[in-house]
Write a protein that binds this ligand. Sequence first.
Ligand code: HAM
Length: 435
Amino acid sequence: MEEIKNVKGTHDVYADENNAYEKVENLMKSIAEIYAYQGVRPPVLEHSPVFVRGVGEGSDIVRKEMYTFLDKGGRELTLRPEFTAGIMRLVVQNKLYATNELPLKLYYVGPVFRYERPQLGRYRQFNQFGVESIGHNSPLNDVEVIVLAYTILCSLGLENVKIKINTLGDEESRNNYRNALKAYFAGHIENMCVDCKSRFEINPLRILDCKVPEDRPIIEGAPKIGAYLSKDSQERFDQVLEALEALQIPYEINQSLVRGLDYYSETVFEFHYKSKEGNDYGAVGAGGHYGKLMSELGGPDLPGVGFSFGIERIVSVLKDDGLLEDVKNQLDAYIMPLDKESMIYAEEVAVILRNSGGYKVDMCFDNVKLGNMFKRAANKKAKFAIIIGENEVKEESVVLKDLAKQEQITVKVEELVDKFDELYEASYGEEEEEL
Ligand code: HAM
């Protein structure tokens, strides 16, 4: 029979790596909550126009990367390639903009799907965590979103995160800039890559994103957005930068940063981090302000701003930099019944330690030799062993062994939780506090 494997571009997450995902996502959620964001869960499936209209017909995502299909009822559906457009559909359909004080602040986490060429840090199914702050046009809203993302990355232990920032200006600025780019690239496009040739027709701003080395010198010489900004857009961007400085958030302006999704206007930004091993997984997160996305999806003319992190990329840099040592699967206690008759009593002890003590406890269900059980305890990185034989059952006690210190005592079962707390605190109290 042909071997059944996972789909190209997907990956399995298990064991310690799953703990890493949980840790990263939980930390992101808890910080978003401190910033007064609320969780939402939009569906993975949407009608295709949500993304075609939202992300934009000219974007690579819509042109080449969407998983679109007809369901059995003949509806054209798409597996979400990103969250923002789906969130906006959710907000418009449920009229959340009318029933909440604005900005409406939402966070989300889950899988997204893009038919891209898999490589380091690039998958076809990957996970994003992100936030959207919707309905208020203050530049401080952009700033708050950037501060939140930066705080999360710092709290995960990443030092020297690079924030690249740019403004795409308002519609007037972008139209003027687009015309200037068109005029400039008209003289060079013949000698540029095929992708740039189609970008030239669809949206010349995208050419700035091209990574082909031969095209880079031409792109470096292109006009810069700064010269085409309207007065309002320039003022807005200056206010964003001023607030970032006041909050001591480091940034670098990158006038080539245009982002790959069509809904952006004004402030756009990306978060970059090179792991100590030197691996470059691409941006670990990115986002920006969007002026017309809500009205594009049939809602009122309200702007928003948000970002999304790529969880895979963040877990990869954390792993490279040794910042995930605390997520290793480890047991607090491994329970070792010495014979079949001790099994039920051993299970009772396990339940007491789990339910009353809150400890992570596992038990040996096989009738194997004691030495074998100690090996299993070591494999599970258990901190304590609890040995139960005929005597212990009779006396309603257990033998409690600290596996690091190799010391053991006999404890009555009614005193077990208190005694366990005491020994655990003595051996591991400080370490737990540090985590
Ligand atoms: P994006 O730049 O397309 O923006 O994706 C955000 C992040 O998702 C990237 O910075 C990267 O970390 C991760 N990512 C993207 N593609 C892949 C891939 N193929 N494999 C692994 N990770 C990937 C958005 O999705 C926007 N919705 C962000 C946003 C929110 N803008 C406003 N609000």
